[in-house]
Ligand binder design. Structure first.
Ligand code: ASP
Length: 591
């Protein structure tokens, strides 16, 4: 037997027991007559003691143990004279009588402790060593528990887990496909699924009624911070449902997950329309852990000879409480430079400070008198001692810039409490989004999303402008400013689906070529259906108050989309390349 106990379970009540442990050497301290060695496994760390006076040979052997050697040690559990309260096993140690070295280790390239000295690259190269570190293991263990609780809840609600294929045809979630050449079908390619979207809809046509899958999705997107080319979704679909049924079911799932992994009771989720989210927070994924909602000032600020405001489509600001005195001119200058950085792109920042002595200090004092500016602050919910930040310009861009500033001020003013969770549903998304560059509509969610029932006549008969105002039965789950899930009620009627493809600029042939199977299925009694997918990696990160999804993936890719440990992607042999028989099919673009 390699072990009778693990390295995390022995307590004072075990004193006197004969035990055997196996694990890795964390570190050794040689104090002349005594050698103390920490042995570690997934469950914890236990101190071993070797006594020179009692067993010289054994003690000599222990002194040779290096970091990360794999050992097996047997001995008696005894009470420690100097206890370590920060460790669950800190009251005891093992007086070792037998030691086996199961494997040696080279000196690891970074320290395998909670706080490591290893940089990102080296830790990714030696992922197996990084994964030995307790915080990383805890993340992976959390992920496992979250998946298990997801299955428990969805099973209790009657969902069936179905695996859908990875070698498929393109599904449009708006990203580029990863493609796989088919050896048996020269010149033809599979695409890896960007999501199981079409399959889960087909499963509804097939009568499975409630489907879920914890599933890998693949999107060949341009590399942005914290994006992974392969990531995991909790993917779900239900038949005979309205929006309400879906929101309730998945609010239930979210509450269950928080309760059963973190012990946190979430309140009922508020709902906010897409329009309201943009108007109040400048974002369709507002962080509600702090206030500072937007207030539009067009009515108040225009027509006073301040040309920047007069020319702006939108003048909008928010109140930052209590910083009029503490935010100096140099703070304001620095903040102005912050919004002017190319990542934010604002031209400038207008502020109005209502000082404690009742005076106003403002960048626009020339154009508006003090009483007017005070009345703005009051109308915006502010008071003496507060500052108002204002941006102006084209509506969408200005909202986005102010949203960034709001988040930054939330951080700077420490308004975010650790462990605070603020979920909400964002609903009533537009169906289509006009893209100026390509001069065509894109599906705001995806092309299978249903317009709201009352908007269908306008969709079928409306002109171009009408299309911009169509609303979809689509929804997002947002927690702490992160998009955790998104879904929609689907179109289940061939004619309507076909119309949607048409609006999205697909030719009849193209739509048929790519999605003929789905539209064909709709002709055989497709039930009304809808669903949602949660970003599983992101959910793990948000629940743990972390920003990087990478830390919750056992083998993540780096920012160049590379797996550094196995060194992929890599070149392949000429014979493999030949087997792929890749040929260009020029006609497809004409289809
Ligand atoms: N397939 C969608 C996505 O990946 C989710 C859904 O509509 O259910 O975002």
């Amino acid at each position: 037997m390699y072990r009778t106990k693990n390295c995390g379970e022995l307590r004072i009540s075990d004193v006197g027991q004969q035990v055997t442990l196996s694990g890795w050497i964390q570190k050794s301290r040689d104090l002349g007559g005594l050698t103390f060695t920490d042995v570690r496994d997934r469950y914890g760390i236990t101190q071993l003691v070797f006594n020179m006076d009692e067993n010289q040979v054994l003690c000599e052997k222990a002194r040779k143990l290096g970091r990360e050697f794999v050992i097996q040690a047997s001995g008696i559990v005894r009470e420690r004279s100097s206890k370590n309260a920060s460790r669950p096993t800190g009251d005891i140690e093992i007086e070792v009588t037998e030691l086996n070295i199961l494997n040696e280790s080279k000196v690891p390239p970074f320290t395998i402790e909670d706080e490591t000295d290893g940089g990102d690259d080296i830790r990714m190269n030696y992922r197996y060593l990084d994964l030995r570190r307790n915080p990383v293991q805890q993340n992976i263990i959390f992920r496992s528990k979250l998946a298990l609780e997801t299955r428990k809840y969805l099973d209790s609600q009657g969902f069936i887990e179905v695996e859908t294929p990875f070698l498929i045809k393109s599904t449009p979630e708006g990203a580029r496909d990863f493609v796989v050449p088919s050896r048996l079908n020269p010149g033809q390619f599979y695409a890896l699924p960007q999501s199981p979207q079409t399959f889960k809809q087909i499963l509804m046509v097939a009568g499975l009624d409630k489907y879920f899958q914890i599933v890998k999705c693949f999107r060949d997107e341009d590399l942005r911070a914290d994006r992974q080319p392969e990531f995991t979704q909790i993917d779900c679909e239900m038949s005979f449902v309205h929006i309400e049924d879906i929101l309730n079911t998945f609010e239930g799932l979210t509450k269950h997950l928080f309760k059963n992994t973190l012990g946190t009771d979430l309140p009922d989720f508020p709902r906010m329309s897409y329009d309201e989210a943009l108007q109040k927070y400048g974002s369709d994924k507002p962080d509600l852990r702090f206030g500072m909602p937007f207030y539009e000032l067009n009515d108040k600020a225009k027509g006073k000879d301040f040309s920047i405001f007069d020319q702006a489509e939108l003048i909008v600001g928010f109140v930052a409480e209590g910083i009029a005195e503490s935010y100096s001119n140099s703070n304001m200058k620095e903040l102005t430079e912050w919004v002017q950085r190319p990542q934010i792109g604002a031209k400038g920042l207008v502020y109005v400070k209502w000082m404690e002595d009742d005076t106003i200090k403002s960048t626009i004092g020339k154009f508006y008198d003090d009483d007017t500016l005070k009345s703005w602050i009051s109308a915006m919910g502010g008071k003496k001692g507060d500052v108002v930040f204002i941006l102006s310009g084209e509506t969408d861009r200005t909202r986005k810039q102010l949203s960034e500033l709001r988040l930054e001020m939330g951080r700077r003013l420490n308004l975010i409490q650790p462990g605070d969770f603020k979920p909400l549903w964002v609903i009533d998304f537009p169906l289509l989004e006009w893209d100026e560059d390509s001069q065509r509509f894109h599906a705001m969610h995806h092309p299978f999303t249903s317009p709201k029932k009352e908007d269908i006549p306008r969709m079928l008969n409306g002109d171009h402008e009408t299309m911009k105002s169509l609303r979809a039965d689509a929804y997002d789950l947002v927690i702490n400013g992160a998009e955790i899930g998104g879904g929609s009620i689907r179109i289940h009627d061939r004619a309507l689906q076909s119309k949607n493809f048409d609006l999205l600029g697909f030719s009849k042939e193209e739509a048929e070529y790519q999605f003929g199977f789905l539209m064909g299925a709709f002709e055989y009694g497709a039930p009304p259906h809808g669903g949602i997918a949660f970003g599983f990696d992101r959910l793990c990160a948000v629940m743990n108050g972390q920003s990087s999804i990478r830390d919750f993936i056992a083998f993540p890719k780096n920012n160049q989309g590379r797996d550094m440990m196995i060194d992929a992607p890599s070149l392949i042999h000429e014979h493999q390349l030949a087997e792929c028989r890749i040929a260009l099919v020029k006609d497809l673009d004409k289809k």
